[in-house]
Write a protein that binds this ligand. Sequence first.
Ligand SMILES: Cc1ncc(COP(=O)(O)O)c(C=O)c1O
Length: 382
Amino acid sequence: MKLFDVYPINDITITKAQGSNVWDANGEKYLDLYGGHAVISIGHTHPHYVQRLTDQLNKVGFYSNSIRIPLQEELATKLGKVSGKEDYQLFLCNSGAEANENALKLASFYNNRKKIIAFKKGFHGRTSLAVAATDNPSIVAPVNQTSNIIFLPFNDEASLEACFKAQGSDISSVIIEGIQGVGGINVASIPFLQKIRSLCDEYGAVFIADSVQCGYGRTGKFFSHDWAGVNADIYSMAKGMGNGFPVAGIIIAPKFQAKHSMLGTTFGGNHLACAAALAVLEVIEKENLLQNAEELGAYIMEQLKAIPELQNVRGRGLMIGFDVPEELKDLKKNLLWKHKIFTGEAKPNVIRLLPSLALSKKDADQFVAAVKEEIKALAPVL
Ligand SMILES: Cc1ncc(COP(=O)(O)O)c(C=O)c1O
């Protein structure tokens, strides 16, 4: 049997990983500023994480949600404490798309409405409703198409206001990433997030904060939406939550009332997933990773902004993007193949940094030095 060939890949096989480094099958060492797509939050194979998962696997790996799983309660308590949302409720699932799917569905159950406001360049996943709310027609199958999604320009308060004025009583939810990831690292403005909050309150709509990529401490606050000083009604999370173990969830404001069978999943919240998620939160707390993300992110951005050839350096904490001019179009490729540094990208010309929150200053300096050297090599006259 062959693999269904949907991923354009780099011809590299990773056989070992530790902290912010990975090694290929030839023993070559790489610096990982991509984190397997923002997934590696506390560092590869962190010893506490490995120990907690190993211990759990030796006890019980999986049982379904038909029995009591005290680890779920332990996780909910810890997540409430670390995120500062102690009065929210936790529903566990398996991926970012599934988290958003459940968030959108729960909003619709709550207010019995159908329309969803999403934003240009937003990405929310590939399942039915999540992909319909994603601004990329090429990944929306005919069966996913729906007239229930309204796409508005990002950070445009006037059009949001006009939309609510015209159809406010039909709007079930507004879904927004705190920083658009796939869309190219576009930061939601603080006044825009505050406007979403006030319009949702005025019209009875649900504010969904897609924190799948930008959340879990990546920006220095637990949710990047927290920078606006307002609470969303539902936060979706995945990627960094399990440091590579597939675990996701939504946290849900107290005003939502649960009903048996309203939401559900076979694998969600299994023993191993909870152990992984708990290990991540324990390390985030113990190693002060939110502070590291905020400070080191600011340092990297400052360094990158001082390089005149790079345009539009932007982001928050360790979620950083910059535009690469045409003359430097090989920068990402050369960073990987010549300098052995993984970075992320966003089409057409954005380099995206999504490293572990435990990245060190030495790693950051290695990256900046490599960028400078490569710019000199690629465009000496720029
Ligand atoms: C903001 C955002 N939401 C949702 C998703 C979907 O997550 P998953 O691939 O785990 O389904 C992604 C994935 O990149 C994402 O960046």
